[in-house]
Design a protein around this ligand. Structure first.
Ligand code: MN
Ligand code: MN
Length: 309
């Protein structure tokens, strides 16, 4: 990772920040589209079939078209759309949009997300009760729009990250991972170097030792600890957006979601120009347009935008 060209003291220009915001959301969609091909495969199976999987070709257990995304991107877009509709935090609006999305027969939906959205539909419940089995990664994968909407204000990030998470997942490790991902995205957009990003992960590990990733064991399941260890391992052991995502998705397991989460953080850190053109080109046109549009509009509603204009 080489971040030496970036401004450090005065921070980034507004144009650069908006570009990074786009890279966050595009990174999410690209990681999702790339990783969906190898979701639920083992590294050995991936190697036997692709040597190294690095093209957005669709397929996978969902039989996707090349450039098609899954629930990770779609739930994020549903959440972002609710924020843009009123330009303020609206947890009921988010729940309504997730419900509308679920009714629309999505290509994929996680069991915990389905249960949470169904509870909202049946009982109007906006927060699922604490559940020790809710430690999946389904809330973390929706963090991109929340991070952009709260850019520049850590307190707001904290409040909204937890609120959106608890629509479907109420678990201390899921909460901690949501906050860490939001923080990493915030600080990377605004110019943090890799040492600072590593420090954020160390703060998480200090609080919850299970997130330790210095002796990565290769588990990439949907358990939020496995997911975050995979993302952190490849984020800090690679030197480009492309290398990071390729590493993550070739680990298999919940590859679309590890890809999506790694894509957000790596997008924020490496920026728009670091995203391979061949990946951008294949990403479904309507998805790319909506992702870019939401990224700009959400960031323009953020506390950062109010402080900088
Ligand atoms: Mn998915
Ligand atoms: Mn997944």
């Amino acid at each position: 990772m080489d971040d030496s060209g970036e401004l450090k003291d005065e921070g980034r220009s507004a144009i650069e920040v908006l570009d990074r915001a786009k890279a966050v959301y595009l990174g999410l969609a690209i990681g999702d589209a790339l990783g969906a091909t190898t979701e639920f495969m083992t590294p050995a199976e991936i190697k036997a079939k692709y040597k190294v999987h690095k093209k957005i070709i669709g397929g996978g257990w969902l039989y996707l078209k090349p450039g098609q995304v899954t629930d990770d991107t779609e739930m994020s877009l549903a959440l972002g759309k609710a924020l843009l509709a009123t330009a303020c935090w609206d947890i009921k609006g988010i729940a309504d949009n997730l419900l509308a999305w679920m009714r629309n027969k999505p290509v994929d939906i996680g069991a915990t997300c389905r249960r949470g959205i169904r509870d909202y539909m049946l009982k109007g419940q906006l927060e699922v009760p604490y559940n020790e089995w809710d430690a999946g990664n389904g809330a973390v994968m929706r963090m991109a729009p929340v991070a952009l909407f709260t850019l520049g204000e850590a307190g707001l990030l904290e409040e909204y990250a937890i609120a959106q998470a608890h629509l479907t997942h109420n678990h201390i490790l899921s909460d901690a991972a949501c906050l860490a991902v939001g923080k990493l995205v915030h600080e990377a957009i605004l110019g943090a170097d890799r040492f600072r990003l590593h420090e954020i992960t160390r703060e998480l590990v200090a609080e919850y030792r299970s997130f330790r990733f210095n002796n990565y064991q290769g588990n990439a399941s949907a358990y939020v600890v496995d997911t975050m260890q995979t993302v952190f391992h490849y984020l800090f052991s690679t030197a480009s957006f492309e290398e990071c995502l390729v590493g993550v998705v070739n680990q298999g397991g919940d590859a679309d979601t590890t890809g999506a989460i790694a894509g957000m953080i790596a997008g924020a850190f490496y920026g728009l120009d670091a995203i391979p053109a061949r990946w951008l080109k294949v990403l479904k046109k309507e998805v790319r347009a909506e992702v870019e549009d939401q990224a700009l509009r959400l960031t323009k509603l953020s506390p950062w935008a109010k402080q900088n204009h």
